[in-house]
Design a protein around this ligand. Structure first.
Ligand code: DGT
Ligand code: CA
Ligand code: CA
Length: 578
């Protein structure tokens, strides 16, 4: 799947064009950025679309005109885009690296390049150490230390990519392997299989009569940048998306044991092995054996757990956080599943910073199997997202009413907003407007550096208004981007309990907020969780599986998740009548 590679290149072209700052380049910048978003969030491989329907098929994608479609084709056919190559010669700046730093846009990167010759993070670090930044116009002492902090955060997350980037690639590779006819089986293992929010490398297990041909096929795949180690049973390659991938070809008779071993986590495995030892057995990636070395189980993972006196542990729970004890007592929770989710409580439209109309969002929600969703645009304080005021919400809700009539129950749209929780804890709309809604979501989008107590009081006050029904992305963190604000989640959960507010699990791949450990902690409270996509375009509904994966890693059952309820049950809960 070439989607991310092409999206990254388009973003880089846009960054470089933004330096030129002419009228045509401004238009082009927007076109490239918009196309990058479309391609980056497509869930099917873009090369499949191109190979099936050519340039014309690419032009059917939102925001892709002929010019851009030809650029995509150029990349798929030749592995490079001429325009990109010539821009790179003109501006030898590592944009994709530098713009990952918080507070570093393309403009600042260019300024740093022109005045100090900064090309990448390494040269930026040197400039910071020499205190050469603070004298530049538009920078100061403070931005120097902020940049240093961003670099620290970047370095700590380096090497781990988002699950949302790894999983679609891994699935598409496995799909191609199976279609090649060389593989009898190919399955995902490792952290990607456990739905960990970031992934150090991708692990694939396979069965085949022709392991050598499998390895040959693997290293020759489109997604591969270069082989790292090629061996007859294990091969490692570096992928173009910026991570490595291990393929292990194993014997069919140890398939179950190998899965148990390579799904991990290592910590879980160590605990499971101790249980085997206690029973006088030996467990490794080839099987479960008795003291005489006779095989007890190896074909099937579930059977291995069974022979150890344990319940089958879902991969998402295998982190040695207490699941072993529960499995031994046969008391594992029945985890929520993607198919349990009936609605989405947090989505946007082009009235604010979304890319699609409410009609298009409704159509996409239907396609994704939902029976209701809340439309929750930003409110007026959030200027960068074109937040709406009370009057604009009233007008928009009339439109939603009309659409609901037209849809005639095919899907129900709940009226809502993602209401800014202002610095003093007030909600950013009139009470009258909020009371006219089905689903008022509250969220923090400003003054992130408040101290813990003030931030907690701010949100508690918003909840105590009694008007908020969902608290969106409760910590505000962005994975590999920024640490969340400082907030006392226990006090937030108490306020949520008291005020009938559900805590969100935001499914956006770089948010996943609440994360697994926070969910585990907060499920002690009598609160419901809401697994939302925060969709800003129709393709984002597909992110739901990352939210569900995170909820499963936090051990949630269906009963704990608000939007597993039917439309009428949810409406009752939102009104506080359930
Ligand atoms: P990652 O790649 O850092 O996101 O995390 P994993 O869990 O995918 O780790 P990885 O790729 O190093 O290894 C895959 C699995 O193989 C791991 O989850 C458990 C198993 N494994 C690897 N090394 C060891 C080990 O030394 N002992 C045990 N018991 N299992 C191991
Ligand atoms: Ca791995
Ligand atoms: Ca690995």
């Amino acid at each position: 799947m070439r989607n991310k590679e092409i999206a990254d290149i388009f973003n880089e072209i846009a960054d470089m064009l933004s330096i030129e700052d002419t009228a045509t380049s401004k238009f082009e910048v927007r076109a490239y950025k918009n196309a990058a978003l479309t391609i980056g969030t497509l869930q099917e491989p873009i090369e499949d679309i191109y190979h099936a329907g050519g340039i014309e098929a690419l032009m059917k994608l939102p925001g892709i005109g002929r010019g851009l479609a030809e650029k995509i084709a150029e990349y798929i056919d030749h592995g490079r885009i001429d325009k990109h190559e010539s821009l790179k010669k003109k501006y030898p700046i590592n944009f994709s690296e530098l713009t990952q730093l918080e507070g570093m846009g393309a403009k600042r990167a260019v300024l740093l390049y022109k005045s100090l010759g900064v090309k990448d993070i390494a040269s930026l670090s040197k400039a910071i150490e020499a205190h050469r930044i603070r004298n530049l116009p538009g920078f100061g002492d403070k931005s120097e230390s902020q940049l240093q902090e961003s670099i620290r955060l970047y370095e700590s997350g380096k090497g781990r990519i988002l699950l949302g980037d790894a999983l679609p690639i891994a699935e598409s590779m496995i799909d191609k392997m199976l279609k090649s006819g060389l593989f009898k089986k190919a399955v995902l293992a490792g952290s990607t299989r456990r739905m960990r929010e970031t992934v150090g490398d991708i692990d694939i297990l396979a069965i085949s009569d022709k392991p050598e041909s499998c390895m040959g096929f693997f290293v020759g795949m489109d997604d591969v940048e270069k082989p790292i180690v090629k061996g007859p049973t294990k091969t490692t390659v570096w992928l173009k998306i910026g991570t490595s991938c291990d393929l292990r070809v194993i014997k069919p008779e140890s398939f179950g044991a190998a899965q148990q071993y390579f799904i991990g986590s290592k910590e879980h495995n160590i605990e499971v092995r101790k249980i085997a030892i206690k029973k006088g057995y030996k467990l490794n990636e080839y099987g479960l054996f008795d003291s005489k070395g006779r095989i007890i189980s190896s074909l099937d993972e579930a059977d291995i757990y069974k022979k150890l006196g344990m319940e089958y542990v879902p991969p998402e729970m295998r982190e040695a956080r207490g699941e072993i004890e529960l499995a031994l007592e046969h008391r594992l929770p029945n985890l929520v599943e993607l198919s349990d989710i009936k609605g989405d409580m947090h989505t946007h439209t082009l009235e604010t910073d979304g890319a699609n109309t409410i009609g298009e969002m409704a159509e996409a929600a239907i396609q994704n199997g939902l029976t209701y969703f809340a439309t929750t645009n930003h409110t007026k304080s959030l200027n960068i997202a074109h937040g709406m005021n009370d009057r604009q919400f009233a007008a928009f809700f009339k439109k939603v009413d009309a659409l609901n009539d037209k849809l005639d129950g095919k899907i129900k749209i709940l009226k809502g907003a993602e209401i800014d929780i202002l610095k003093n804890g007030a909600l950013d709309l009139e009470a009258k407007t909020i009371k006219s809604m089905d689903c008022p979501v509250g969220a923090v989008h400003s003054a992130f550096n408040m101290d813990r107590d003030s931030m907690t009081k701010r949100v508690v006050r918003a909840m105590d208004s009694g008007m908020m029904r969902i608290f969106a992305h409760p910590t505000g963190r962005v994975i590999n981007g920024r640490e969340g604000y400082d907030i006392d989640l226990e006090r937030i959960a108490e306020a949520a309990e008291r005020n009938n507010v559900a805590l969100e699990i935001n499914s956006f791949p770089d948010r996943l907020d609440l994360n697994d450990t926070n969910i585990l902690r907060l499920s002690e409270y009598k609160v419901l969780f809401s697994i939302d996509t925060d969709s800003h375009r129709t393709s984002h509904f597909k992110f739901l599986r990352y939210g569900v994966g995170t909820a499963r890693r936090g051990w949630l059952t269906k009963g704990r998740v608000l939007n597993t309820r039917t439309y009428s049950e949810v409406m009752k809960l939102l009104k506080g009548n359930a």
